[in-house]
Design a protein around this ligand. Structure first.
Ligand SMILES: [Zn+2]
Length: 113
């Protein structure tokens, strides 16, 4: 479910992948989390939950099994807006977290490499 019409937006998507202090500002992230909470109550989001399809594995789940996932993580400049929010099953959500670069770096540090 990629939004092809927002080419204007994707041109600065690249920038989202650089960690900068503005992106990781706890206040901004808190604000985006609040927005996400509100979006969870919208009809659009509820309809997405009802469809019950995980964005990553395309399998069907009951709405209670799905979580809200930010395609571009908040810590990397992602925003809480419908085009950046997808339904993900717990397994995929967990999997995605394990594959973020930050985690990989932390793991490497822990392993002494
Ligand atoms: Zn999944």
């Amino acid at each position: 479910m990629f939004d092809s019409k927002s080419s204007e937006e994707s041109s600065h998507l690249e920038g989202y992948y650089f960690l900068n202090s503005e992106d990781t500002d706890p206040k901004r992230i808190q604000h985006e989390r609040d927005k996400a909470r509100k979006i969870k109550k919208t009809k659009g989001w509820q309809a997405q939950l009802q469809r019950g399809i995980c964005h990553y594995c395309n399998q069907k789940f009951s709405s209670s099994e799905l979580t809200m996932d930010h395609v571009v993580p908040l810590a990397r400049g992602g925003q809480s807006k419908p085009s950046n929010l997808v339904t993900a099953c717990r397994a995929c959500n967990q999997e995605k977290k394990l594959h973020t670069p930050v985690d990989q770096i932390l793991r490497r540090l822990k392993n002494g490499g």
